[in-house]
Design a protein around this ligand. Structure first.
Ligand code: SF4
Ligand code: SF4
Length: 174
């Protein structure tokens, strides 16, 4: 297998421009651990959190759970910055080190056109990039079977295993 193009690391330093959090429609898909953390951050129970802050999105193989947006396409948690920053979803905390973005130099450069932090700032090592990718594999977005809604998704089926592993060191990323 060929070495990844980022073998010598990639420079990234978020400028906090918030471009990836607002102004354009998009999805922030949640893993079980994301939901647990955000329930804690908002002080809401499972059902109340889902109904107040999320929506389902049909992925063709089931329903993913994504954060809501305002009618101006801002993330529901954006308020002069991320209002849940320490508990933000893995999708946010691992950006821009996503599979499709670090797939090739070309995909990295295309994404960098929309993110001023990519290509400047501290060097992020290949080892750390691979660790972030592995974390994303380990905590994929929740996929709910068709037929369920936010009102009747079974809490244990979504959070059961996340609760069991919540006390292990790598189950909830910092
Ligand atoms: S677009 Fe890039 S630089 Fe701007 S907030 Fe998002 S990650 Fe940071
Ligand atoms: S949760 Fe926070 S970091 Fe993620 S998109 Fe929303 S405002 Fe941005």
């Amino acid at each position: 297998m060929n070495d990844p193009f980022y073998i010598e690391g990639l420079r990234f330093g978020c400028t906090a421009c918030s471009k990836c959090c607002r102004h354009e429609p998009g999805f922030v898909f949640l893993s079980s651990n994301d939901i647990l953390r955000l329930m804690d951050a908002t002080g809401l129970a499972f059902r109340d959190f889902l109904i107040k802050f999320t929506r389902t999105v049909d992925l063709g193989t089931g329903l993913a759970i994504s954060l809501l947006e305002t009618n101006r396409f801002d993330c529901i948690f954006w308020n002069e910055g991320c209002s849940v920053y320490p508990a933000r979803p893995l999708q946010c905390s691992t950006y821009p080190f996503w599979e499709r973005i670090v797939e090739s130099r070309k995909s990295w450069l295309v994404e960098a056109e929309d993110c001023p932090g990519m290509g400047s700032g501290p060097l992020v090592s290949m080892e750390l990039i691979d660790e972030l990718l592995a974390r994303r594999w380990k905590h994929p977005p929740v996929l709910v079977p068709y037929g369920y809604t936010l009102e009747n998704i079974n809490e244990n089926s979504i959070l059961g295993s996340a609760r069991i592993t919540a006390n292990t060191s790598d189950s909830i990323e910092s």
